[in-house]
Design a protein around this ligand. Structure first.
Ligand code: MRU
Length: 363
């Protein structure tokens, strides 16, 4: 996607070949800064501190983290240790484990001297596959949005509600939930996006709003509690969200607050779609509620908030009384029964074991 008219991806190998570069997402939307990562430790820190975030991008960053590790020591022991360090960064998005297992399946059988070059190649192909996957999700999602637009009689804007950031910033390019939106916008459908601010880290207000603005997609930021109210008034035609991990039975783990949107959507007969690339589907788990580890992040993300102040600088201020404890579960699980359909790179299917096995028989 373009930033100020120039095409960007969220992660790429540096021109000198010895490092990886990323967009530091902790600084958006107030500053667009790219960052050079030269070591495994720097890659792990970037994932942990959410300089890169979003399930597919976490996977891509972990793949490049293994490249940086292999450039120093490509022994079995060193790569196992690097995998352990990367896996410990964030527990919920399955793409992290998927990317590490994909990398290791390529590297492990090779003689040690060949591993570093092979790692760079495999990481690059993971990124290319992510871009192709998300473009395909966009095409399948476009059909869903076109149908919704036709059902609406082609009148007024097509209102899509999304939660968190599942746009191009959360992937290598295109995004998952926002890829259908970009495809629809580019196809001339007058799409308008309700952007949940997504407390506590505000990925909606800071990242989704920014990237939609860069692409010229009409959007409105709303507080997290507004979605149900807008649905009751007929102001939401479709919800589309991303996923950090979807089980083989179609339960969807995504950013905290997703479940409440799905409940409101069901109560108001609003279709609730989840854009799920194959790399985010964990066929080893059935029950999203009991089998998916939910990341609990620092309570200061709830008690403090950052933003641009009157003099143009960015400041962090406290929201709560000093003694109030806070709890910060980063994800929740939406049961499959509340999901209208999964938009995958292979097509749209019901959120069920039968639906997923129809599209992914080999898994
Ligand atoms: O904590 P984050 O910002 O990594 O969470 C991101 C989300 O929850 C996204 O919706 C999800 O990763 C899907 S990204 C295409």
């Amino acid at each position: 996607m373009k930033v100020g008219g120039r095409p960007y991806r969220t992660i790429w190998r540096a021109a000198d070949g010895g490092a990886v570069e990323i967009i530091d997402q902790t600084l958006l939307p107030h500053a667009f800064v790219t960052l050079r990562l030269e070591t495994l430790g720097a890659a792990a820190e970037a994932i942990r501190a959410m300089r890169v975030r979003g399930a597919p991008l976490i996977g891509a960053a972990a793949a490049y983290g293994l490249c940086l590790a292999a450039a120093v020591d490509a022994s079995d022991f060193a790569l196992a240790e690097a995998s352990r360090v990367l896996l410990a960064t964030r527990p919920t998005a399955i793409n992290l484990r998927w990317a590490i297992e994909t990398m290791m399946a390529t590297l492990a059988p090779l003689p040690e001297p060949e591993r570093a070059a092979a790692a760079w190649q495999r990481a690059a192909s993971i990124c290319e596959e992510d871009v192709a996957t998300n473009a395909a999700i966009g095409r399948h999602g476009l059909a869903v949005l076109r149908e919704a637009w036709t059902a609406k009689g082609g009148q007024g804007p097509l209102n899509v509600l999304t939660h968190c950031n599942a746009g191009w910033l959360a992937t290598v390019d295109w995004g998952t939930a926002l890829s259908p939106v970009y495809h629809a916008h580019d196809a001339g459908i007058p799409v308008h996006v309700w952007v949940d601010e997504t407390r506590p880290r505000n990925q909606g207000a800071s990242l989704t709003a920014w990237e939609l603005g860069q692409h010229g997609v009409p959007h409105t930021v709303i507080v997290d509690n507004a979605g149900g109210h807008l649905m009751q008034r007929g102001l939401v035609d479709v919800c589309i969200v991303g996923t950090d991990r979807t089980t083989r039975t179609g339960d969807v783990c995504n950013k905290i607050g997703t479940y409440l949107k799905a409940l409101a959507a069901r109560d108001n007969n609003v279709p609730f779609y989840v854009a799920a690339p194959g790399s985010s589907i964990d066929f080893s788990v059935r029950d999203g509620l009991t089998e998916i580890p939910i990341e609990e992040r620092d309570a200061t993300e709830v008690t403090m908030i950052s933003g641009r102040i009157a003099d143009g600088s960015v400041a962090t201020v406290m929201l709560t009384p000093p003694g109030s404890p806070a709890r910060n579960d980063a994800f929740d699980v939406t049961p499959a029964r509340l999901v209208t359909g999964l938009i995958t790179e292979r097509g749209v299917c019901p959120a069920s074991e039968a639906g997923l096995s129809g599209l992914y028989p080999e898994r």
